[in-house]
Design a protein around this ligand. Structure first.
Ligand code: NAP
Length: 331
């Protein structure tokens, strides 16, 4: 059946400006790291992307290596784009990345010009695109001179293969050094993609202050701690959960410790008192930071996307609630 987007899709989403740029991202973005691989049901992938778009999610985040196998998520997304969203390309922000292991040999990963240019060309081909909106260097490279990697990011913008660039998994110090080069080149560096959740607060140490200073926004990835910061693991490990999938090495059953679950129980209680699900409270919590323009969620089904977008109806916290969360997390 031909897909027709919801007419009122822009009514209930918030769009936040990235740093000092002209670009706005939806407060909730959808990432395709998991559940968009070769063995995941294509009909479900398509339902998730189109429902997300119906809910005002204009931003879809990919990387060269998302799958499995690596590349499959970009291929599947390309198929959905072609089938359902081709005429909406100008309403979409599509990002991809290079830097993690992608192919064998010395050019298949990290930050050389050779790797980044080849990888982006492959990504564009897999998705059937002329350009991506945001291109990230996915992780810092300890060996390649930073000047080479940053000059390559600049080059791809000049070539029209990306509109803006971002950095991911760079520490505050690495970001400061990279930003100096990008500023001197006048490269549109507008976003930093970093892990951030109630269980992973490292960006609060230095990174958010730096990003505010240089006028760059953050997008918070894994804001639900891969599903731990939801009610899904409160009664054991569901068969269809990420933790139960032996072929997905990212969330191990050993990560779901008694100590973490005890915190989840208390957080879940507080979320109920606020009249929201724990997933919704966890997303509101990352979005309380002004530096964070968007919470980058993952999902395995449409209902999760709907639940998560509904977080936007209750984003504010009292100081007492924030203190309560800090006390639970500190236990
Ligand atoms: N830059 C980087 O290095 C990097 C690294 C990792 C991720 N990322 C980006 O971040 C995105 C999100 O990562 P993530 O998928 O780990 O994020 P996440 O939002 O923390 O976890 C998503 C998982 O949580 C569960 N979930 C989501 N909503 C739920 C709800 N309302 N109720 C119950 N369970 C719910 C689902 O688990 P089940 O599948 O078990 O149902 C879902 O797959 C990725 O797709 C990628 O774009 C970037």
């Amino acid at each position: 059946m031909e897909y027709q987007p919801e007419k009122d899709r822009y009514k209930n989403m918030f769009y936040n400006r990235l740093g000092k740029s002209g670009l706005k991202l939806p407060a909730i973005s959808l990432g395709l790291w998991n559940n968009f691989g070769e063995s995941d049901l294509f009909a479900n992938q398509r339902a998730m992307i189109t429902r997300a778009f119906d809910l005002g999610i204009t931003h879809f985040d990919l990387a060269n290596n998302y799958g499995p196998p690596a590349g499959a998520a970009e291929e599947n997304f390309g198929r959905i784009l072609k089938k359902d969203l081709a005429s909406y390309r100008d309403q979409l922000i599509i990002s991809t990345k290079a830097g993690f292991y992608m192919w064998e040999g010395p050019y298949g990963e990290w930050g050389s010009k050779k790797h980044i240019i080849s990888s982006l060309d492959q990504s564009l081909k897999r998705m059937g695109l002329d350009y991506v909106d945001i291109f990230y260097h996915h992780r810092p490279d300890p060996e390649t001179p930073l000047e080479e990697t940053m000059a390559t990011l600049d080059l791809i913008v000049r070539q029209g293969k990306a509109l803006y660039v971002g950095l991911s998994n760079y520490s505050a110090d690495q970001t400061r050094e990279a930003a100096k080069i990008l500023t001197s080149q006048k490269t549109p560096f507008i976003i930093h993609q970093a892990s951030y959740s109630m269980f992973d607060r490292w960006i609060e140490d230095e990174l958010t202050d730096l990003l505010d200073e240089i006028g760059v926004s953050a997008i918070a990835y894994v804001p639900l701690a891969q599903g731990l910061l939801t009610n899904k693991y409160l009664q054991g490990i569901p068969e269809d959960s990420r933790a139960a999938k032996a072929h997905i090495p990212f969330l191990k059953t050993t990560d779901i410790s008694e100590e973490k679950l005890a915190k989840v129980v208390e957080l879940n209680k507080l979320a109920k008192e606020r009249g929201q699900s724990l997933a919704q409270m966890a997303l509101a919590w990352v979005l309380r930071q002004d530096t964070v323009a968007s919470a980058l969620i993952g999902a395995s089904r449409v209902a999760q996307i709907e639940d998560n977008v509904a977080a936007l109806s209750q984003l504010s916290f009292t100081q007492a609630e924030l203190d309560h969360i800090d006390r639970i997390l500190a236990k």
